[in-house]
Structure formats: structure tokens, C-alpha cells
Design a protein. Sequence first.
Length: 187
Amino acid sequence: MHAPKLVTAPLTYPVDIADVKQHLRVGHADDDTLINGYIAAATGYLDGYVGILGRCLILQTWEQVFDAFSACMRLPLLPAYSIEEISYTNTAGDQETLAEASYEVLADALGAYVSILNTPSNVSGRVTITYIAGYGDETKVPAPIKAAIMLHVGSLYEVRERELVGVSFVETGTYQALIAPYRRLSI
């Protein structure tokens, strides 16, 4: 399977800067740009194909390319929200769109996949599934993920250096406990 390609990134983040500033106990606007950058970094660490959760937080559009049609065309990013289009290259070399009645979206323990009900006879090339993945808007992102993002932003805000000298560090495990139920370990 090819790596998915991001088509449309989300327009917002799972957490609002006002909530993060309240969490940080910051009452001024001097660091807003810095905090927004930390929100982006903490979200990017979790979100999308390269994020450690292996899922999308806010709705975003992705393309998944397959070499051919198959009985189970797995969508690697969770939660799959909707299919925008399934297109393929026909024997004439042109792009065609598969009719919605020709496929169904199903889910199992590994996540969502597309099952082709009627495979076109004129397929000669790649198949591309364009789909939307994510929980919805920021209000639909699970609270533990939001809390983990705020903890991450807090760490970035508090410790702005790569190394700390003369300071002992103990990880509480809270961050990992918050994200553990949402991690997709493998496909």
C-alpha cells in the first residue's frame, strides 16, 4: 500500500489558544505566537499519517492510492468519516469515477475499509480513494487527546531548551495514559 497523501489539512486545532493559556496560567498576549506554534507542534505529534496516534483529529481530506482494485481496500487513517470519490485509470488511460452503488464502506477491528461490489472491466491502472477522516470539529475530539495536547504544550512552554543541567526529571505517565486508548499500533 502506498503512503496516504494529505489533500486538505484541517483549518483549526483540537484545542483553542484561550483554553491552553488558561491551562498554562498565562494572562497576557505576549507569547500567543509562541503558544500557537507549540499547539501546532503538539497536534502534529499526534495527528495524521505521521502522528503517533495514526488517526486524524479534525476533519481532513486524504488520498489513498492502490495499484488495483481488491476485495478489501484498507483506509489507513481513523476515524474514516466519508468517501469523497473513488477514481481509477481505465484502459484508454483516462480517469473515471466509480459509482457510489459499486462499493460500500465497512469496518472491522482494524478500522475502515472499502469493499468493491462491482469491479469495472476497463481498469488498467491505479485506484485512488479520496476520503475524509477525523472526529469532526474541535468539539468532537476526545477530551483525553485534548488534555494530552495541553500537557505537551505546557512542557514545550516551560522547558525551552534541549537540555537541562542540574534538574532531575520524572515523567508522571499521564501523557501516555491519556493517549494510549487512541493509539493505532499497527495495521
